[in-house]
Design a protein around this ligand. Sequence first.
Ligand code: ARG
Length: 722
Amino acid sequence: MKKIAVLFLGFFLLTGQLRADEGMWPLIMIQQLQDSMQARGLKLTADDIYNINKACAKDAVVRLMTKQNRMFCTGEIISGEGLFLTNHHCGYGSIQELSTNEDNILANGFWAKNKAEERKANFNIGLLAKVEDVTSKILDSISLTMDETSRAKAVADKLTKLQASLKEGLGVDKDNYVVDVVPFYAGNKYLAMYYVVYKDIRLVGTPPENIGKFGGETDNWMWPRHTCDFSMFRIYVNAENKPSDYNTSNKPYTPQHFFPVNLQGKNPEDFAMIMGYPGRTQRYTYSQGIKYYSSKERPMRVKVRRDVLDVYEEFMHADPKIKLMYADKFAGLSNYWKKFMGESTALPQQHLFEKRKAEEDKLKAWIAANNKGALYNEMFSLYDQAYAQLDKYGMYKVYMDDGISNSQPMVFAMGLSKLEALLKDKSKTEEAKKVAADMSKELDEQYKEYFDPIEIKVLATVLMHLTEDLDHANLPKELVDISVKCNKDYSKMATELYAKSFLTSKEKMIAFLANPSLKKMNKDMIYVITSAYLNKMNEMRPITMDINNKLGRANRLFQAAMLEMDSKKLYSPDANGTMRLTYGRVLPYNAKDAVSYKEFTTSKGILEKYTPGDIEFDAPKKLVDLLKAKDFGQYADKDGELHTCFLTDNDITGGNSGSPVINGRGELIGTAFDGNWEAIASDFGFDANLQRTISLDIRYTLFIMDKFGGAGYLLNEMKIIK
Ligand code: ARG
């Protein structure tokens, strides 16, 4: 019996059947994957990973959320005292905010010597309590033939009501929860997610930026990698171990579960799984959509964004104060600039359009053969119409996101639209005054990260792209007019508009808000252009709604049809910011003809890349000395080297940043922080041969914390497996 099994296994390996699957699996699906995971080396049961009635792995997975509860990253609890790990680039915003020019912990790093020194961070975290299938509660009275606008409204109403009633049902503790009802498979299924939200989060430690972001933008999305992309935080709670606002009397959280840390290292093919919060994928994008994104949406977005980034870089490189000021904004924009840029070349290279087309043809044939045309056929024409419309109108939104929204004065202008409406209504003068007074209070915060030379140049760039790139048919006349008037000298135009605008400094804004008037707004050309652009977007709303309706309906039908056609196959739904599990192995890869990569890097690579004085490849002298001396202690691999990063074939995307990489016994071996260049377009399509997750080896994390940072005392609260 055993022999046969082994033989079979060999056969599957040879034919590639045991390759990694695509799949960011919702936790309520993993019972069905247990056998497959165990066949690949998982020693746990699905129940050890997700069970709402007992402590399990999911209890140690942290959802990083802004103060407004918007998810942005993942983390993992590694001690019985609520200590958790995430990426450096996830803690970045908090670290920047806690930095001053005098005490620049972003540049220099930081380790709390004891709990009292831990510093208040600017985000919340959520812990997933349970997942509930609420599909029937949402869809029971929604008919298939309902028109899309009514449907969307009916669903949205039900969803809001259901969220409220589920939360109400939680009783006395309800205010500690966020309940999200989230669509899966483009609205064919709905799941309710219950999170307990903790608000007192504190920074425990971070490496200096030239370790935590070593390699900078150049190495971002690339392998081989040597970035020590981690930071450490702690969850604080009240005396009952329940969530509480920040309070010095709070105590460290006692978790239901935390991950033991494994220092033994790993071998190629070892089982590895990742649990975390992937944000968004679009793996079911229609062929025309692939074409739209690769030939139009991405290239145009990338062009504007690059020019904005160039302005940032010019000034950031010249002055450390400006670098600190714009660091977080720059990192975020740059990260996705590179990704979008990669997508626009990778999508055609990987022939994703042709592949999708072939899948769609197969689906069409199945629909015809099974007489399903009445139900499904409309989706094909809906797609064709929607993408034709997007081709014409889609860019105005792109330039809203990457143009207008990247110019601070324009963003401030957008913030005044409510005030404008009130000023227009004579009966609302008092209310207008109150709104203006409230806005005044926000100004310190708004102008904190604001530097005139950058903002003038960005304004010029944005004005240039708006007028040069977009079809004038839907551009505000005011914008076109002044570009003609200044003879396309955008720099001159920006300088003039900037000087005359009240949006461009805190003082001018204070003066305006003390005595707001429509007249002043109408004279301010930055205000006028921005609000005219907003108005155009509003005028186009019926068209954009129509596009969204068509795509919404088509996507829902498309995914329903796929699920019906292959009813035996387990389809993994697109990422949507809910907890997922992906399993695979530690694995090298062949990048292209003649290029193969090992599955791990070592500290030798840091010394190879090390470039004193370089903005991306400098490193602290202390680190260089430690690495040269090979003083790795218990963090060395059995080969004597310090392993820094490694690859697995797990399926992740943005949002997974900071996720635990777990071995077959449920122990932590690393922290996921990136994907590889060859699979940069993986949000649109998964390629098992190319897709790799890049993770930070937990031994490098602890080496930096202990030997470099001198925070070895934190090891005492962890469970270390040597
Ligand atoms: N590429 C990484 C991700 O999306 C983020 C890296 C952030 N670092 C940076 N250099 N901008 O998860």
